[in-house]
Design a protein around this ligand. Structure first.
Ligand code: SAH
Length: 360
């Protein structure tokens, strides 16, 4: 079922290019307030309105002097994106196709699961990793998202919730390779944790990576409190390089070693993701190889049955193949979770996010 854009998602037109982005920490709000003779705490008040109190426009910030609101209106913009498409699935999943100020497009998703309100956000326009089964990398990467554009996804999705509901989890599993854009991603995730803003605890934030060892080490050194998910998809180098081309220059041994170092730094259980592609990487032998690769690590394996991408030759695993694969893992003592499919009917499931909506 599709629905028209909700009023809340449409609120707030983007401003002119000369205006600065108030959601970007580098947008210059603090300096501007100082130049206006405003006390510094006003910056925090504005921040709280946007992040914690769901203001969609400066006009909503009723405790600011009217003249200040007018000045902000002229100088800054809250939203740099427009909602090009808002789709809603029967299972409660909602997807926003956002048009960025330069005309590029990204997608982000709100998932409802019991009490959980999880957002799946993008980190780049497109993706350079080239995983052969994923829609996001079909045309390569165009650019990194700015911190403000990442924050904007969070706030736009939060605005879809009724009053009284809050976002509870963030997964950086949308378009792009988050570890290739850490410098812009980390400030956005730090803001999401602020108790006066979205207040999402770091333990509920998952960063998913194709497995870039130097960047995993960097994250471990900078801030290892995030939950890290490493996309494996194969347990031997030949198959992994075929499915995940960046593996060629890296190799599984390096990926696993970097994952172990992150685990040591964070003390948090690692997750490995494994997309099951029918008759490609779903045999019992593949499962046994995966058990050997994991070698008794206390990790969780997140098995993701392939979600169809238009024009791609891959198949979903048959239920029998999937169950046999899972049986091998479970009987070997591996912790396994099968990712339930959400939003597939609106192309909002894993791997289906792309720059242009395939089925507008
Ligand atoms: N670049 C990050 C985030 C990718 S999206 C990464 O590689 O981890 C999150 C997960 O969805 C990844 O494991 C990704 O490989 C997987 N995925 C990609 N395309 C998919 C598809 N068509 N069906 C199911 N999962 C897919």
């Amino acid at each position: 079922m599709d629905s028209p854009p909700s009023p809340s998602a449409m609120i707030g037109a983007p401003g002119t290019a000369a205006q600065r982005h108030v959601l970007d920490p580098g947008g210059g709000l603090g300096d501007w307030l100082a130049a206006q003779g405003q006390p510094a705490w006003r910056g925090r008040v504005i921040w709280r309105w946007l992040h914690g109190r769901r203001a969609a426009s400066f006009a909503d910030m009723t405790d600011l002097p009217r003249s200040l609101r007018a000045g902000l209106e002229a100088e800054f913009r809250i939203w740099t994106t427009t909602v090009a498409l808002h789709r809603r699935a029967d299972d409660g999943t909602e997807k926003l196709l956002l048009q960025l100020a330069d005309g590029q497009r990204i997608e982000c998703v709100l998932l409802r699961d019991g009490e959980r309100r999880t957002v799946c956000i993008s980190s780049q326009v497109g993706c350079a990793m080239g995983c052969v089964f994923c829609a996001s990398g079909i045309d390569g990467v165009v650019r990194n998202l700015t911190t403000g554009e990442i924050v904007e996804q969070l706030l736009r999705l939060a605005l879809l919730l009724p009053a009284g509901e809050r976002l509870s989890h963030i997964v950086v599993m949308g378009m792009g390779e988050p570890l290739a854009n850490l410098d812009r991603l980390l400030p956005a995730l730090a803001e999401a944790q602020d108790a006066e803003g979205l207040g999402i605890s770091q333990r509920r934030i998952t960063v998913s990576t194709v497995g870039l060892p130097p960047a995993i080490d960097r994250l471990a050194a900078l801030d290892p409190g995030y939950h890290l998910a490493v996309s494996l998809h194969a347990a031997d180098d030949e198959l992994r390089t075929r499915l995940v081309p960046v593996n060629k220059a890296i190799g599984l041994a390096e990926v696993m070693a970097a994952a172990d170092r992150y685990w040591e730094a964070s003390g948090r259980r690692l997750t490995f993701e494994y997309v099951l592609l029918g008759r490609e990487n779903d045999s019992v032998e593949d499962a046994r190889r995966l058990v050997r690769l994991l070698g008794g690590r206390a990790a969780l394996v997140n098995v993701i049955p392939y979600n169809a991408v238009a024009g791609m030759p891959w198949r979903e695993p048959t239920p029998a193949a999937r169950d046999a694969f899972l049986d091998v893992l479970r009987s070997s003592g591996v912790n396994v979770q099968v990712r339930r499919r959400k939003g597939a009917r609106i192309d909002a499931a894993c791997g289906q996010l792309r720059r242009i909506a395939a089925t507008p």
